[in-house]
Design a protein around this ligand. Structure first.
Ligand SMILES: Cc1ncc(COP(=O)(O)O)c(C=O)c1O
Length: 383
């Protein structure tokens, strides 16, 4: 089989828009010169619009976890009590990061495949005035659960804890009104819904969170945001940034804004619904039962009696479609489909056709065309 063309349906990195890829072959520019200063100023202020904040936005050269680490290292001091919402691998990543920086971590666990209950956040905070921060995941990529950050922020109420949110696999596809909802810190990355290659991370700090940065006692150097703030005043970063990805970022934000942020959100919801309806027509069950908690960007699917590794291998090797395996405690029982970034709803038709072919080859009794048909009908109905 022609092995060059791979269709990525994984929860990141996602397919990169060709226009963005072209920017990465431009001649490099001086990251301490006027052309970069102007570019940096433009992308920072556009990012502020996407984060929906008047606060400070930082561009880091690193993956999403570097933005998460910057969030922790700049807000937490050793010994601080923090509450971490854990219902999947990325909630657990917040907990491990906070522990690494010496915090006393209280895990508020919720079953994998369900959303965090804002009432439990309210109760946990009501019991302890001393909690310094609450860490949450907007879109838990390991389970395909979208958490209701607006409701979690409302549940935090007047409690002084900062609300810190991982939006790595939702930024650009789900609403997150940072200032309007009272979210203090948001971390995200380039390689998901922004349609870019991996390599840049973004972290935004609201006013209250920025005040906490000066107080935080955790050791930090590369991710010391005070240095980034000093350099941002002259349109630079303290350390060499990935200049090419800054070019790509400007294009990516332009693409998103030309489509319209609301239209992009609706596109992701339609992709999600097409995948869910197509899978259930094939007798496959999504892990997330509650529609309201179903992620617009990634769907975890229960394999049942399916040989998942074989099914994924067939999809990739025979048909060129790359699907993700399960993660953490769901590793053996689920596979995941990423439907985010540079994708159209109609791409879900091809995806479901390949799911059908690979299921048939893997020995599952299905009627070819059933999943595709259900998705096509939904597409016609909704467009
Ligand atoms: C929700 C979520 N948080 C954090 C990360 C970590 O991002 P990275 O792998 O870019 O460090 C990911 C990556 O898949 C993610 O999906």
């Amino acid at each position: 089989m022609f092995q060059e063309k791979k269709n990525l349906f994984i929860p990141g990195p996602t397919p990169v828009a060709p226009g963005l890829l072209r920017t990465t072959s431009r001649p490099v520019i001086n990251h301490r010169g006027p052309e970069f200063h102007e570019l940096f100023g433009r992308v920072r202020s556009s990012l502020g619009r996407l984060f929906q904040t008047e606060g400070k936005v930082f561009i880091l050269t690193g993956s999403g976890t570097s933005a998460m680490e910057a969030a922790v290292a700049n807000t937490v001091s050793p010994g601080d009590k923090v509450l971490v919402l854990v219902g999947g691998a990325f909630g657990e990543r917040w907990a491990k990061l906070a522990e690494t920086f010496g915090a006393q971590v209280e895990r508020l666990t919720y079953p994998w495949g369900t959303a965090a209950d804002p009432e439990r956040v309210r109760e946990a905070l009501a019991k302890d005035e001393g909690i310094k921060a609450v860490f949450a995941t907007q879109n838990e990529s390991s389970t395909g659960v979208a958490n209701d950050i607006k409701a979690i922020a409302a549940a935090r109420g007047d409690h002084p804890a900062l609300l810190v949110v991982d939006a790595v696999s939702s930024f650009g596809a789900m609403e997150l009104d940072m200032d309007g909802w009272g979210v203090d810190v948001v971390a995200t990355a380039s390689q998901k819904c922004l349609m870019m290659p991996p390599g840049l991370a973004f972290v935004a700090f609201g006013q209250r969170a920025w005040e906490a940065v000066a107080e935080a006692k955790a050791p930090r150097f590369y991710l010391d945001l005070r240095q980034y703030e000093t350099f941002a005043a002259i349109g630079e970063t303290p350390f060499t940034p990935n200049v090419h990805l800054c070019f790509a970022l400007e294009e990516a934000i332009g693409m998103l804004e030309r489509e319209g942020v609301q239209a992009a959100r609706e596109r992701h919801l339609l992709m999600r619904d097409m995948v869910r309806v197509g899978l259930s027509a094939l007798g496959l069950e999504p892990l997330v039962k509650d529609e309201r908690a179903a992620s617009p960007t990634v769907t975890a699917v229960l394999g049942g009696d399916l040989d998942i590794p074989r099914f994924r291998r067939i999809a990739e090797e025979e048909f060129g479609f790359v699907l993700a395996g399960g993660q953490g405690e769901l590793k053996a029982t689920t596979f995941r489909i990423g439907h985010m970034g540079y994708m159209l709803p109609v791409d879900m038709v091809g995806l479901l056709a390949v799911v059908e072919l690979a299921l048939a080859r893997a020995g599952k009794k299905i009627e070819l065309g059933q999943g595709v048909k259900a998705a096509q009908e939904l597409l016609l109905e909704r467009t």
